[in-house]
Design a protein around this ligand. Structure first.
Ligand SMILES: [Zn+2]
Length: 249
């Protein structure tokens, strides 16, 4: 680390748990963020400001006026631009140490397999079950930790599914693909603006902890937030041995 970096990251370096060693791990890390919307915005801004050296962000959508109420990495001037590119510009304005790689393609199985393989950790910041399951499958196949977040109306959820850990459930253990969950069209649903900030910030915290190897990750625990009462609940999660994704065939 050079002098400028020692200054920039001094408040992390002062933490015994992180120190210079942890900060160097962050600088050498590669995070993959799927979704550059409400959750992906705070996730990318915090990982970027904290100095995660490489961030690949995937989103095929463009910024529109209805996004700005909660998708804090975008702004008026970037309406019509690709969200992934807009996030790249926002992170670049904060931290020149970080290389953000925008990917403006749809996150399908082939693309995810390639990108997940190259990353140290994956953050699911999407808003639909089909993509969530595709991300989970790619993480299980490539044994990469997945930090999963969801937020709709006043309700949020966060957990970590870590395929490197034999005890850890995968996303499909908890939300089986066979469940014909009604796809809630987030594009037309209400979302309380700071809710995505709260959930995305917890995701960013879990990602930084995992990358530094500190604290106790949310693996095997699902945090549930009721934003109306501002109440957090925790559910213990167990692996489903019959899981079609991570179970032994
Ligand atoms: Zn599973």
């Amino acid at each position: 680390m050079n002098d400028e970096q020692l200054l920039r990251y001094s408040r992390h370096i002062l933490l015994d748990e992180i120190g210079i060693e942890g900060q160097e791990k962050l600088l050498a890390s590669h995070a993959l963020i799927i979704g550059a919307g409400g959750l992906g915005s705070p996730v990318a801004l915090y990982l970027g400001s904290a100095g995660v050296g490489r961030i690949t962000i995937v989103d095929h959508d463009r910024v529109d006026a209805t996004n700005l109420q909660r998708q804090i990495a975008h702004n008026l001037a970037r309406i019509g631009e690709f969200k992934a590119e807009s996030v790249r510009q926002s992170v670049a304005a904060i931290n020149p140490d970080v290389k953000v790689i925008p990917v403006t393609e749809r996150a399908d199985d082939t693309l995810l397999d390639k990108l997940v393989q190259e990353a140290d950790l994956v953050l699911d910041c999407t808003d639909n079950f089909a993509t969530r399951h595709a991300i989970n499958r790619a993480c299980v196949r490539n044994r990469k930790p997945l930090v999963s977040g969801a937020a709709i109306r006043f309700d949020g959820q966060v957990s970590v599914y870590d395929a490197r850990n034999a005890q850890s459930p995968c996303y499909a253990c908890i939300f089986p693909e066979s469940d014909s969950l009604e796809e809630t069209a987030c594009a037309t649903m209400g979302v309380f603006a700071p809710l995505v900030g709260i959930v995305g910030t917890v995701q960013a915290a879990e990602a930084l902890k995992l990358l530094c190897g500190i604290g106790q990750p949310l693996t095997g625990r699902l945090l549930l937030l009721d934003g109306r009462g501002m109440e957090w609940n925790e559910m213990k999660l167990a692996r489903n041995i019959g899981c079609t994704v991570c179970g032994t065939p």
